[in-house]
Design a protein around this ligand. Structure first.
Ligand code: OGA
Ligand code: MN
Length: 295
């Protein structure tokens, strides 16, 4: 069956049909899906009852798996999943929802802020693929914003002002803005800020995007308050309803997004009930700014 893609939002977001993610893709299918990602920036695949291994195998059609080191406060030996996927659930190792005051839960609440995955890494992520295994009964929609359309809609003066700006990104900025401020010395070293351009250009089609993220907390050559006001203004602009698509999850949906041209956030949900979401992350291939890449 041939792959087809139906656009669900005026600017972006396609729903794919005609592919079974339990089986290896043909080269032709992988090429069509990657071209779909370049064009629609987010793709939805429904009714994909996949294992962690199948999810990872699908992701590896588009690049290498991102090394998860340095992206969380949960130590590898304490993590619920050992299959190479990022655990984006609200569950502990015992499979039950984390207590409301659990440190990992408080840290994960940062996903409720608009962000682009791994913008806190020197080489930030390319694609993220999120599979819904257990859907929460209340809330937990994921919202996506098109950063190309948001860039295009800026006035020329703003485009010129921000063209060459370089931001500092760190998990300590996004979590800190929610009041999560206590880090061990080891975490402080792990979450050291990295540099990212504020405007980036897509390597395939060449469209420019606003490269915003809640992890951005400073701009080179600017005072922190001035930088944060600018970042807030741009984020408010970029997440206006006309640039946003709201995804309401059904079990076995898989949503795949391009972190180079979108932002996303999850909305609040009932923490007493399980929400099991698992993410495969495809590594980026180059930094947005020349810098010392962490080993
Ligand atoms: C992510 C993320 C949102 C969600 O997986 O990167 O931000 O809906 N998840 O859980
Ligand atoms: Mn995310």
């Amino acid at each position: 069956m041939a792959i087809s893609i139906r656009q669900l939002h005026p600017h972006f977001f396609g729903e794919v049909s005609g592919v079974d993610l339990r089986r290896p893709l043909t080269r032709q299918e992988a090429t069509e899906i990657e071209a779909g990602m370049d064009k629609y920036a987010v793709l939805l695949f429904r009714d994909q009852d996949i294992t962690d291994e199948q999810q990872l195998a699908f992701a590896l059609n588009f690049g290498e798996r991102e090394n998860p080191r340095g992206g969380n406060i949960v130590k590898p030996q304490d993590s619920r999943l050992s299959t190479g996927l990022n655990d984006v659930s609200n569950l502990g190792k015992d499979g039950r929802p984390l207590p409301r005051d659990h440190r990992a839960h408080l840290f994960n609440l940062g996903n409720c802020l608009w962000h682009s995955d791994s913008s806190f890494r020197p080489i930030p992520a390319k694609f993220s693929l999120l599979s819904a295994r257990v859907v929460n009964p209340k809330g937990g929609n994921t919202e996506f914003a098109d950063m190309r359309a948001a860039y295009d809609a800026l006035d020329d003066e703003t485009k010129a002002e921000i063209e060459d700006l370089i931001c500092e990104h760190s998990l300590m900025y996004s979590r800190g803005s929610l009041g999560f401020l206590d880090y061990t010395e080891e975490e402080k070293a792990m979450f050291k800020p990295v540099l990212q351009r504020l405007v980036r250009t897509h390597p395939v089609h060449g469209r420019k995007s606003l490269y915003l993220s809640s992890h951005a907390g400073a701009i080179k050559g600017m005072s922190v308050p001035e930088a944060r006001v600018l970042l807030r203004d741009l984020t408010e602009h970029a997440t206006r309803p006309e640039f946003v698509h709201v995804h309401r999850w059904t079990v076995h949906d898989l949503v795949m997004w391009d972190n180079r041209q979108t932002m996303h956030r999850v909305r609040r949900y009932d923490q007493s009930q399980p929400r099991d979401m698992r993410r495969a992350t495809v590594a980026g291939t180059e930094p947005t700014v020349a810098q010392q890449a962490a080993e």
